[in-house]
Ligand binder design. Structure first.
Ligand code: E4P
Length: 216
């Protein structure tokens, strides 16, 4: 399974890359706004920090303008994957950009049929949002399971990129669905690696080793 870092924070991206766990990055307008820096500049730096796809979202709402923005974003760096929202205009833009060889990540997917539509329009990635559905009392993973099954049934090449993950358990459940990618916030990536028994075990091993006064 691939892990993308769900962040526009360059230091988080660099740290996750240094751990060997980052296969790509996803950003969105809210994450970019948090940096307080120019969009293109941040994007260029993130793309230079990682050898993998970096999703950058359009903010226009009409297909023609989305395509224009998408082409501009794609010119920033070959790692850029253009993110389009799952609207009718977003699907039109997805089809047009994909036809021009520009990879598209269709975002804000909340139902399996929306995801199927994105795959039909040539999306490279389809991003179902789990956490935001769970927030409303729905079962986000039931939707992801259906989407994974549907895309497999018809052998669509689109990859399911599970988004809006809020905890290590969410990442585990994403992996169980067979989705190709999980985009993980940096703090969740760190939490996934921590276990109290690992910490206690290491402390005991080292205490016993130091008693021997030996060196390796
Ligand atoms: C990633 O592509 C999405 O924009 C992100 O996972 C959304 O996460 P949130 O629902 O926690 O904002």
């Amino acid at each position: 399974m691939k892990f993308f870092v769900d962040s526009a924070d360059l230091s988080e991206v660099r740290e996750a890359v240094s751990w060997g766990l980052a296969d790509g990055v996803t950003t969105n307008p809210s994450l970019l706004a948090k940096t307080g820096r120019p969009y293109a500049e941040v994007l260029r730096e993130i793309c230079a920090a990682i050898d993998g796809p970096v999703s950058a979202e359009v903010v226009a709402t009409e297909a023609a303008a989305m395509c224009e923005e998408g082409q501009k974003l794609a010119q920033i760096h070959p790692n850029v994957v253009v993110k389009c929202p799952l609207t009718i205009d977003g699907l039109k833009a997805t089809k047009a950009l994909s036809a021009r060889g520009i990879r598209v990540n269709v975002t804000l997917v909340f139902s399996p049929l929306q995801g199927l539509a994105a795959a039909k329009c040539g999306a490279t990635y389809v991003s179902p949002f789990v956490g935001r559905l769970d927030d409303l009392g729905h079962d986000g993973f039931a939707m992801v399971e259906q989407l994974v099954r549907i895309l497999r049934n018809y052998a669509y090449p689109s990859q399911v990129l599970v988004a809006s993950l809020r905890s290590p358990n969410h990442v585990l459940r994403a992996a169980e669905t067979g989705a190709q990618v999980a985009t993980v916030p940096f703090n969740v990536m760190r939490q996934m690696l921590e276990h109290p028994l690992t910490a206690i075990g290491l402390e005991r091993f080292l205490a016993d080793w130091h008693k021997t006064k030996q060196k390796i």
